[in-house]
Design a protein around this ligand. Structure first.
Ligand SMILES: Nc1ncnc2c1ncn2[C@@H]1O[C@H](COP(=O)(O)OP(=O)(O)OP(=O)(O)O)[C@@H](O)[C@H]1O
Length: 773
């Protein structure tokens, strides 16, 4: 029920304290007390019996037991049809009447009626009544009436209060609605303003665009109309507007096209120039017609093909390509890194192989025969490692073993394959020395220098080409220089010096040079290729490309002393030492004042040993032959002394210019020596071949395999690290074995044990090189 709204005056009257206290009988506490009095009266047994007797007399249904009556009594007093009024019971009462004991044991109290119930009616007159109750009943009726009134007033007051709060809520809701309405209105206004501004901007842009268009088209036939429209609509300012002159009509057109399209879709009312915009589409259509009629020639462009779109697409493409490029560069860098590490690993393994092979290796090569062999005498290859020599009938066969034997069919490339693995080591500072030894005419020059006329390259051509290639592959971080000298009749001459005299006539001999043993001159632009030995005045040519080398080799060939003998048409009459030095670019000197590692490749073409009787040498040639034989003999003395088992032998380096100059290269620390014994298969040369093979096999068999040891910093940069009287081998015994490379360490290759080299085992790895006793 919706409470009736009361006037504030009425509400106030209801709230007043006098009104609340104007019903003294209505106090709930006193009402309860009255009920307690009735209960007390009923609890008297005599009274209960009287009630029952009275009820029986009047013919009413007998009342329940006294205890039940007592339990029920407070409710009965207030019930609408109380037994005190008409003795009717609640629905549960008859059941209890038939089993009074059960009711006594567990009386089920009826649902109590509300103490203050709106359903309380005026009590009817009872058919029977005890006189003691009459007064009480009257009082109670008065109380109930007062209570009912009070109840009604309280209900009214509650309704009034509720109505009041409803009213406040309604007012608050109204206020809130008003607030929201204001906000909503403001938002609507702002949106309208934004749309209007957008529209104005579009109109402004369209007007400017059209004005610019008109300005460009002025002078064209029929554009007066357009201009007229613009002027009529008050857009003179647009005609005079500062429209960028750099913007061509073709650039502006797509923008204008878009603007007009947006304007046509806009639902806002035109604001800027009323009437102008309605003409815009007409004007635009007019322009389009003018163009389609070829009255105007304008290259219309679709907005999608606009320059911005192209530019954006191009930017995106560039960004994509740049990203791809960066990824590729990253991949290349990692591959480069991998390549470098693999290359260094390969080098380390190659070094290991060479170390295990020994620091001096002896090969033998048989040149093709000059004439068909007769009687089985002469030399013959027996497999790849041995050679046999048969002297004329009656003498026994001699067999010799070498690291490798090349038969007369072997090619230059076959020979080079044995040298090739050591070439990369030159870039790491290793000294490689290749000697060609043998009798005159046995093919030494042919093996080393090749045959230019036949287009046959020699070992030196192949090695130098490979070295230059490797130096370039490593990022051109190496400087390469070439020097060449000859030792002719125990005097040293520079083979790269300027030719003197008439080029077509007899040449003057170049200046004679001397060998010096001294401290390394760190101020010199290029270190000596001979280590502690230096040849002041010796020229060195920088070489980068094969043509540079070709030019240098031509000069060397033209300067070298050759003569025709009975055994060789072009017999070399001198020892030729060609040296190729390689060092890191810039030639830096380390912090310790030492020069960075310089690798050297020496190619030594020795003059051929000859028996003057057979070569029929006379005069100058006789003198040359004697000098050649003496220096070769000095070379064998040095090699034998180096292999002395006691290690105390005097090494006669000073006995010839050749050994004195090459003492660092002759199996010194960090050196790798190849001795190439050239022999002839001819029976006529059998004695010379025998002596060559004997010498070479003595070196090969008696010289213990040594380990390749890179020069330490001290040895590399130190001045005259050994005297000519001290054995470099003895010195290296005391030195610490070099640490293996990280790759070898990773592969579990242990460094050689100190002193291991002193064991006479041929397979031991050692720093020593000595002749077995
Ligand atoms: N393996 C070979 N194949 C073809 N021809 C060869 C071979 N070896 C040498 N010859 C030829 O033999 C001749 C002599 O060779 P070469 O000049 O190289 O001998 P050499 O040992 O240098 O002599 P010398 O000590 O007198 O200078 C040359 O004509 C050369 O072409």
């Amino acid at each position: 029920m919706v409470p009736q709204l009361q006037s504030p005056k009425r509400l106030e009257a209801l709230r007043s304290p006098e009104k609340e206290n104007s019903f003294p009988g209505l106090e709930f506490g006193s009402f309860q007390r009255k009920c307690a009095e009735i209960s007390a009266s009923l609890s008297q047994p005599s009274l209960g019996d009287r009630v029952r007797a009275e009820a029986a007399r009047s013919g009413d249904v007998p009342l329940p037991s006294t205890s039940t009556v007592l339990t029920w009594s407070p409710s009965f007093v207030l019930a609408e049809r109380s037994p005190l009024q008409d003795c009717t019971l609640s629905p549960e009462a008859p059941k209890q009447r038939h089993s009074p004991q059960r009711a006594q044991r567990a009386p089920a109290p009826p649902t109590p009626a509300p103490l203050v119930s709106g359903a309380l009616g005026v009590p009817r007159a009872p058919r029977w009544c005890l006189p003691e109750f009459e007064d009480l009943r009257r009082k109670m009726q008065t109380s109930i009436s007062a209570l009912q009134r009070s109840n009604a007033q309280q209900a009214e007051m509650q309704a009034l209060r509720r109505g009041e709060s409803f009213k406040e809520e309604a007012q608050e809701a109204k206020r809130s609605k008003d607030r929201h309405h204001h906000k909503w209105c403001a938002a609507q206004a702002a949106e309208r303003a934004a749309r209007g501004a957008e529209r104005s901007a579009l109109e402004e842009a369209a007007a400017r665009g059209l004005a610019a268009l008109a300005r460009e088209l002025l002078g064209c036939r029929g554009t007066e109309k357009l201009r007229g429209v613009l002027l009529r609509r008050g857009t003179q300012s647009y005609l005079d507007a500062d429209v960028s002159a750099s913007q061509s009509f073709e650039d502006r057109q797509p923008k204008l096209h878009n603007t007009l399209q947006q304007l046509s879709q806009s639902t806002e009312r035109p604001s800027l120039q009323p009437g102008l915009l309605s003409d815009m589409s007409e004007m635009y259509a007019w322009i389009a017609r003018a163009i389609s009629d070829s009255r105007l020639t304008v290259a219309w462009k679709d907005a999608r093909d606009g320059p911005e779109v192209h530019e954006r697409a191009a930017d995106e493409r560039v960004a994509q390509l740049e990203k791809k490029l960066a990824q590729k560069e990253l991949a290349v860098a990692s591959l480069e890194h991998e390549k470098r590490s693999l290359r260094s690993e390969v080098r380390a393994l190659q070094n290991l192989v060479q170390e295990l092979r020994g620091s001096i290796r002896v090969f033998c090569r048989i040149r093709p025969p000059r004439e068909p062999t007769a009687g089985g005498a002469g030399t013959e290859a027996q497999g790849s490692r041995s050679i046999s020599l048969r002297k004329p009938a009656g003498d026994k066969r001699h067999d010799f073993s070498f690291d490798r034997v090349f038969s007369q069919e072997a090619s230059q490339r076959d020979l080079y394959e044995e040298v090739e693995p050591l070439i990369p080591g030159v870039l790491q500072g290793i000294h490689v020395c290749i000697f060609a030894y043998g009798q005159t005419g046995a093919g030494k020059t042919y093996t080393l220098a090749g045959n230019k006329r036949m287009g046959e390259p020699g070992i030196q051509d192949l090695a130098i080409a490979d070295l230059l290639k490797l130096a370039a592959v490593d990022g051109a971080r190496f400087d390469v220089r070439l020097s060449a000298l000859e030792i002719y009749n125990e005097s040293i001459q520079d083979l790269l010096s300027e030719l003197r005299g008439d080029p077509n006539g007899p040449q003057e001999t170049s200046e004679r040079l001397e060998v010096r043993q001294s401290r390394e001159d760190l101020s010199a632009s290029w270190p000596s290729p001979f280590g502690s030995m230096r040849v002041p005045g010796l020229k060195s040519w920088p070489v980068r490309e094969p043509p540079d080398v070709e030019q240098a080799l031509q000069r060397i060939a033209s300067q070298r002393h050759v003569a025709s003998t009975a055994l060789n048409e072009r017999s070399s009459r001198s020892h030729c030492v060609l040296s190729l030095s390689v060092r890191p670019a810039g030639g830096s000197i380390s912090e310790e004042g030492r020069r960075e590692a310089t690798g050297v490749l020496h190619i030594v073409d020795l003059a051929g040993s000859e028996r003057t009787k057979i070569s029929q040498a006379e005069g100058m040639q006789m003198k040359e032959a004697n000098c050649i034989n003496r220096s070769l003999s000095a070379l064998s003395d040095v090699l034998y002394a180096l292999g002395d088992s006691t290690g105390n032998a005097h090494i006669p380096f000073r006995n010839s210019k050749l050994t004195y100059l090459l003492q660092d290269a002759l199996g010194g620390p960090g050196c790798k020596t190849f001795l190439l014994a050239q022999v002839s298969p001819d029976s006529a040369d059998v004695n010379e071949s025998y002596s060559t093979l004997t010498f070479a096999s003595r070196v090969a068999a008696n010289v213990q395999k040594g380990r390749l040891r890179p020069l330490s910093r001290g040895e590399r940069g130190s001045p005259a690290s050994r005297s000519c009287d001290a054995s470099p081998r003895l010195r290296s015994q005391d030195s610490e074995p070099s640490l293996p490379s990280p790759v070898l360490r990773a592969r579990g290759v242990a460094p050689p044990l100190p002193g291991l080299g002193r064991k006479p085992s041929s397979c031991s790895i050692t720093n020593e090189l000595r002749i077995r006793s």
